[in-house]
Design a protein around this ligand. Structure first.
Ligand code: UDX
Length: 430
């Protein structure tokens, strides 16, 4: 099939390369000339395992990029993979999606034949039908359900394993309202489903597909927060939370994934999506108590971590090493990293902060140029009065002699990753 993908961020680039990999002809449309040139040169514009190889293999053949929206006319379906950031009050900001839909609609005005527009971005329920579709109709002059259809196909890929998650999904969710749209979506996904060993394909309505994404992310974020709630109770009793959580994970109704207690969840999806569905729920008159509590627990974890530090020293004037700046291991992404509230609180407390991360230092430096950065964990710890462990990079488990170079070896572990030993004052958050 001929497919177009609007947007070449994390999701757009990954799905463009993966659709080419399963045999479709794909054109990626983006307004950023540098990204378009990078893709056409056969390079991936983002760091993601396996993506480089796919782009290198298919660029110039089944994968190409352009800044010209007119390219969508030669395709059967367009996936909108544009950012949906948060407004200050948590509501979803649809301005980029609306602008993309306008350009797409204008391009479709001159298309002969049917076209399917699929929302790939995470959008609150009813957005595709009530916001995107009317823009498409207005700009293209076409009639919904006749010349143009809309669909929704949420994406569940994680940063750091995006290619693998896309090519071997747990499930494929296809939202549509007409048989024609459903058929086109099936045709798009058949080769992927066959290659991925037949994962379940959920055919549903457009708004249901939109909600499935929020339900998925909200549930996982709340699961981590519930694990943190339980771990906090354990801590107050002096009970080992890891033993408790790994035991409950053995119950197949609970499952062991996403019970990792610690300083909480960050990243580009969970905080944004949980805030957006809470705001959307309130707009329709429902107060989502569980999701609100999930956010509250998440906000408390960094505060509790600093509380642990204060049990040993006053951060005022102290040199504090922050180990881990990425929102999770395996990525250089610092969006909504738990290091952000921690560094801000340390700066407010007048601490002398030195940050270290194996790969995310430069991204963090852009946000916080005022703190010091070290090139290694050892350098960060050298002469420090305390260390806060914020991201569970596996290498932090191997730190040993580095602690001996600290002025006072107080280690406050937000992820239960450091190996305890004689000679360090070890304090864990959970
Ligand atoms: C997430 C979803 O997993 C993915 O399906 C969706 O498409 C996008 O959002 P991602 O943000 O890449 O993916 O990261 P993920 O691996 O889910 O971790 C999110 C956050 O939760 C990280 O900050 C991580 O450190 C934290 N986390 C995860 C925990 O604190 N404990 C856990 O047990 C698991």
């Amino acid at each position: 099939m001929q497919l177009s993908i609007v947007g070449s961020g994390y999701v757009g680039t990954t799905i463009a390369a993966c659709f080419a990999e399963v045999g479709h002809d794909v054109v990626n449309v983006d307004i950023d000339e540098d990204i378009v040139a990078t893709l056409n040169d056969g390079d991936a514009p983002i760091h993601e395992p396996g993506l480089d190889d796919l782009v290198a293999e298919h660029a110039g053949d089944r994968l190409r990029a352009t800044t010209d929206y007119g390219a969508v006319r030669d395709t059967d379906a367009t996936f909108l993979a544009l950012p949906t950031p948060s407004e200050d009050d948590g509501h979803i900001d649809l301005s980029i999606m609306k602008a993309g839909a306008r350009s797409l609609g204008a391009a479709l005005a001159e298309k002969d034949g049917h076209h399917l527009v699929v929302t790939k971005s995470t959008v609150v329920p009813t957005t595709t039908e009530e916001v995107i579709a009317p823009i498409l109709e207005e700009e293209s002059g076409k009639t919904l359900g006749e010349d143009v259809d809309v669909g929704m196909n949420p994406e569940f890929l994680r940063e750091g394993s995006a290619v693998e998650d896309f090519l071997s999904p747990d499930k494929v969710v296809l939202g549509s309202e007409t048989e024609r749209a459903a058929e086109t979506l099936r045709d798009v996904f058949d080769p992927l489903v066959a290659r991925a060993d037949d994962p379940p394909v959920v055919e549903t309505g457009v708004a249901e597909a939109e909600m499935i994404k929020y339900a998925n992310n909200g549930f996982l974020a709340a699961k981590i927060s519930l694990a943190n709630d339980i771990a906090n109770i354990c801590k107050e009793y002096g009970i080992d939370s890891e033993e408790v959580l790994s035991a409950i994970g053995l119950d197949h109704r609970i499952g062991s994934a996403f019970l990792g207690a610690g300083v909480g969840w960050g990243g580009s999806c969970f905080p944004k999506d949980v805030a957006a569905i809470i705001a959307a729920a309130r707009d329709v008159g429902y107060d989502p108590a569980m999701l609100e509590a999930a956010v509250e627990v998440n906000d408390r974890q960094p505060v509790r971590l600093l509380g642990r530090l204060r049990e040993h020293l006053d951060p005022d004037g102290a040199r504090v090493a922050v180990l881990g700046l990425a929102f999770k291991p395996g990525t250089d992404d610092v969006r909504n990293s738990r290091a952000i509230p921690l560094v801000e609180a340390l700066l407010d407390a007048n601490a002398d902060v030195v940050g270290y991360d194996p790969v995310a230092t430069e991204n963090f430096r852009e946000k916080y140029p005022e703190i010091e950065y070290a090139d290694s964990a050892g350098e960060a710890l050298y002469g420090a009065d305390a260390a806060l462990v914020v991201t569970d990079w596996p290498a932090f488990a191997d730190l040993d002699a580095e602690f001996d170079a600290m002025a006072t070896p107080v280690v406050v572990d937000g992820r239960r990753i450091v190996t305890r030993r004689e000679g360090i004052v070890y304090e864990s958050l959970v």
